[in-house]
Write a protein of this length. Sequence first.
Length: 242
Amino acid sequence: MNADYLELTNLTVSFDGFVAVDRVNMSVLPGDLRFLIGPNGAGKTTLIDAVSGLVPATGAARWAGENLVGRKVHRIARLGVGRTFQTATVFEELTVAQNLDIAAGARRGPLTLARRRTSLPEVVVKAMETIGLTDLADALAGTLSHGQKQWLEIGMVLVQDARLIMLDEPVAGMSAEEKDETGRLLQRIAADLTVVVVEHDMDFMRAFATSVTVLHAGKVLAEGSVAQVQADPRVQEVYLGP
Ligand code: ADP
């Protein structure tokens, strides 16, 4: 069994008795570009929060031969689990290269800023190529477009050697061109890594998902290819009403 295989078994998250994620079973393989969709409040963000260790859960989330449930956030990150948030959290007053270098440094250990070095670490150079920001290496992050900031945040996860990447609504607020660019970026990443994308944008999902899990009221309502979940009457009901 490939170790880079995410397997959730009865994953459950409760907030004061309210069950936000309800016995979810879900498996994601490397090479898959899995979209996690569902109406507002379905439990999508809570699910990836639980896998990243940000909220306590019960059940199991197996990754790299370990159950992540009950592990601390930094330990989970060390196992190669990374995620982005709905609002990109980049250092606006630092350059693209410095942001990536700091993120890589968080993994390496002692913090050393790129400006003290004559050349950038290979991992930073590679990440800038992957996210398409090589030409903007010396631009301040604060001057980037909304889309470029999101790509930088993805790069900051990549340089930390993440092998499982979970993204929370990566194309929210992006232009059509930026969405297309992001889809191609995710396809490049998914060729080598395991990727889970929480998304509201159905056109984006249709264009880029290789498989889809639909959550509703904390439970898995449907799973399969885009065509399969779109044809599912239960999914249509949740999105369109009975
Ligand atoms: P989605 O991402 O699918 O829109 P969420 O995972 O954000 O849904 O939320 C799922 C449900 O859990 C919602 O009803 C939300 O109000 C609730 N919830 C999320 N986080 C908390 C929390 N920290 N405390 C209490 N309830 C929460």
